[in-house]
Design a protein around this ligand. Structure first.
Ligand code: DAH
Length: 377
């Protein structure tokens, strides 16, 4: 077909499908011919778009037709070779095709995105109705709780907390506390020796000496010594080779036995409850003179007598007394000028009474069924 200028005006639109070229012949013939070819091209392109299954494939279709050198874009370049009166119609038709293809691509893209999302959602299914994982929250060990409470009560009574060492010398654990070699009190405390002269402390009382020495004669002396102690006792419901004591010491001008009694009774009421009464019985300790045992009324039977208190209505919880003059001297204080009181109790026994624990071994077994009962208490 020749144009008015005599050139062959035929041109081809090449549409590649599956690698095979398919040619649409565009001729400057008539508008209907042209429309027919564009329509054929459109249905072919739309079919191709509907068949792509990934967004990469879709993108390459887009580039092939709509890219700068794409087949639809290229059509417009031929517009100049058409008869002037046919140009507007052809241009509009190509632009319409271009828009329809762009539309189809964008719709297909949405579809593919949706499919991809659905696939991800399907793959990573989360069942929000499943019960969540329960993380167990830990709690403080009953001995830690008791120790903190003891320290807090004594702090409110004006006592600082002094932490002394667990490995001690024979000198500090015994001699400075007025327990000379061969003293019968040594037999009462079955000792773990580390060497001839070193041992695991059998009580917190050496903390009295170390605490006083660290204060270098300053007054007042008012501290507790909480901590682990060690004894070679056979293990049973009330004995364990490691247990805990809290020592107390007050030294000042005119410290009296009456004040000792007041401090002990105030502590017991604060720790066990207001209904608990404290009773002192004469006793003997080498490092105190006079000495006493400290009993509290049994909180289980309210003093009537039960299996816990052995029918006596009282429970023995501590030893106490006025600091022996020799101990004051060993701590660097002048017994001619100052007096002092001291006390010592087993923390395990206090915790057992407070929480109703009947076997000391439970405190050292690390059985979580036992320990979990104290969570949040
Ligand atoms: N240290 C003694 C013991 O382990 C307890 C004790 C008794 C401590 C009387 C004291 C005290 O401070 O005055 O058996």
């Amino acid at each position: 077909m020749l144009s008015s200028e005599g050139k062959d005006e035929s041109f081809f639109i090449s549409v590649k499908k599956g690698g095979k070229a398919r040619d649409f012949i565009m001729r400057k013939v008539c508008a209907s011919d042209m429309k027919h070819n564009l329509a054929e091209m459109k249905s072919h392109v739309l079919e191709e778009i509907s068949k792509v299954s990934t967004s990469e494939e879709l993108d390459s279709v887009r580039v092939r037709y709509l890219g700068r050198k794409g087949e639809i874009s290229v059509l417009l370049k031929h517009i100049g070779s058409l008869a002037p009166e046919e140009r507007p119609e052809f241009g509009a038709a190509v632009n319409a095709l271009r828009e329809q293809v762009a539309d189809a691509i964008s719709r297909r893209k949405d579809e593919l995105d949706k499919l991809a999302l659905e696939e991800i959602l399907h793959r990573d299914t989360i069942d929000i109705s499943l019960p969540g994982e329960v993380y167990e929250i830990g709690g403080l060990h009953p001995l830690t709780k008791a120790m903190r409470e003891v320290a807090s009560v004594f702090s409110s009574l004006g006592f600082a907390a002094y932490e002394s060492r667990e490995a001690e010398t024979d000198e500090m654990n015994f001699v400075k506390l007025n327990i000379a070699p061969g003293h019968p009190a040594r037999d009462m405390q079955e000792t773990f020796y580390l060497s001839d002269n070193t041992l695991m402390r059998t009580h917190t009382s050496p903390g009295q000496i170390r605490g006083m020495l660290s204060l270098k004669g300053k007054l007042p002396v008012r501290f507790i010594v909480p901590g682990r102690v060690y004894r070679r006792d056979p293990t049973d419901a009330s004995h364990h080779p490691v247990f805990h004591q809290v020592e107390g010491l007050a030294v000042d001008i005119d410290v009296t036995f009456k004040e000792l009694r007041g401090v002990l009774s105030a502590f017991m009421k604060r720790f066990f409850g207001q209904e608990v009464s404290t009773r002192l019985r004469p006793s003997y300790f080498p490092f105190t003179e006079p000495s006493c045992e400290v009993d509290i009324s049994c909180m289980f039977c309210k003093g009537k007598g039960c299996s816990v208190c052995g029918g006596s209505g009282y429970l023995e919880v501590a030893g106490a007394g006025m600091v022996h003059p020799r101990v004051l001297v060993n701590g660097g204080y002048d017994p001619g000028k100052v007096t002092g009181f001291a006390f010592g109790f087993g923390l395990d026994r206090l915790a057992m009474l407070k929480y109703g624990i009947d076997d000391i071994r439970l405190l050292y077994g690390n059985d979580r069924r036992f320990l979990s009962q104290f969570r949040g208490l």
